[in-house]
Write a protein that binds this ligand. Sequence first.
Ligand code: ATP
Ligand code: MG
Length: 581
Amino acid sequence: MGLLALRRYIPYLRPYIGLVIIFGLSQLGSLVAAASIPKVIQFIIDGPITQHQLGQLVPMAGLLVLIGLLEFVFIYVRRNYSGIASLRMETDLRNDFYAHLQSLQVSFHDNWQSGQLLSRAISDIATVRRFVSFGLIWFLQTFVTFAVVLVLMLGLDWQLAIVVVLCMLPIAYFSNKFHDKYKVIARRLQDQQGDLTTIIEEMATGVRIIKAFGRMSLMQKRFEDQARLLRATSLEGIDARALLWTRLNFLPNLSLVAVLLLGGYHVVHGSLTIGGLVAFMNYVFMLTWPMDAIGWVLSMSEECQTASERLNEVLDSHPEIADRAGARSLEQSRGRIEFRDVGFKYPKSDEWILRGLNLVIEPGETVGIVGRTGSGKTTLAYLLPRLYDVAEGQVLLDGVDVRDLYLRSLRSHIGVAFEDPILFSASVHENLVMGRPVVSDEELKRAIEVAQAGFVWDLPWGLETRVGEQGYTLSGGQRQRLALARAVLGNPPVLILDDPLSSVDVHTEAVIEESLARVLEGVTGLLVVHRPSTLALADRVALIDGGTVVAIGTHTELMKSNELYRALLSQEYETSEKQTA
Ligand code: ATP
Ligand code: MG
């Protein structure tokens, strides 16, 4: 069995080794209790019953009750302790999995469906836990039961014992066949569960689009097809398990017949007592349950193996964007940014999005980035906080390659607001202080004012109002203003604003610009611009085309000298000029 994939989870049990030992001992205790019952029965039949000493029957019955009680206690302790240990392990494992997911670079998440990560974090980890708490118990139980029963059988009648062993040999063959078949099914099953989760998740996030376009029936069909696929695979799994179980259950029956035939012969010839034969048959009965358990354990271990493979696929992806050996921190940043011969491709793509790009932003300066849609403006903005790393060249902050800085240090100097203003299911306050947990009330008020996000004071619970998925629903413009407040909070020396005002009305935009202009005064700004009006905030503008900076200068200069720039901006500029006039 390829249980090797499970090795990495063994350390997770280490903190709970005490619980595991208690569970192992009670396991052994319950087994000894169960195995001693046939011995007592043999003694009763061959002693008090055969010799007509009924007086001894009652104490013997009492002994049986006592053993039964002991077994009860052992089983209770075993179940409980294995449950506690495995649940704790599951929690630790899940926490580590989440931490690992967070440590992975953005490009990892670009390439993974969220449903696949979700199903791994929830159901695959639960599968590992189930195997550790039940599967391993049964595995041990079965193994030890077989060993103990075999020794006891050998003591009673070695020839009968050999017959039983011979009858059980096909276990190996059946298990092997099952393994080959079920490992494929289990993998497909868990992958399909992930796909199904993705569809549900997409429906939940895209519900407005789906409804607006009247795509409900199409989505329903996609879901049903996927659910049907999952059902077909589950049925295949049931079929494979049923076949294994019936085959395994057949073996003790087979050996029972053999034992009866040969045992009857031995009793007639006097080499075995009747009590001995009954005890022997009881031992064969004791094997029926472990045979069932083998079936369970095998299917569980396959599922667990697949689950751990799926977990390992994530856990083995190492964060590509992480602190280098010898990285240092920057106490105070002046905010000088330099892109030097930067080339960038998205992982898994051959297309150069940026190539040979050079751009210097001096401390305190704000540079606007203008370019066609899809020209790589947002991509450029990702490179400074190292959401992606360059493929060629360097990005420097204060003359230091950003890859030589601790991520935490680098990012503490940069405030960002990207195109999509994501808010989390948390209070407004928690969303705002996300990047800088230690801020004063004054700073908070100022950031809210700069971003013209004063509406937060009028929310039902003010700053404590929950927003995001499960909370108060904000408008696009409101979310954008909160995201902007989050970016400027704590006065980071570098601000990256990717089209931060696209969803606010013209009047609010003008007010925000006015206060943003004050904020940008002392800091270095990289400002991706779509609307010409925002250009008022930029000291210089860089025009990006074909992956590089094709022109740089003030807005007026570029309007004069660059045709592409004019084409991109003039029409809108004129419209907005007219509007403000
Ligand atoms: P817009 O003005 O529409 O915001 P942009 O200039 O910001 O456009 P980018 O978002 O930087 O453009 O995208 C540049 C190119 O990179 C596009 O062709 C886009 O298809 C591609 N791209 C963006 N994100 C990814 C990604 N995660 N993986 C692969 N390609 C991507
Ligand atoms: Mg963009």
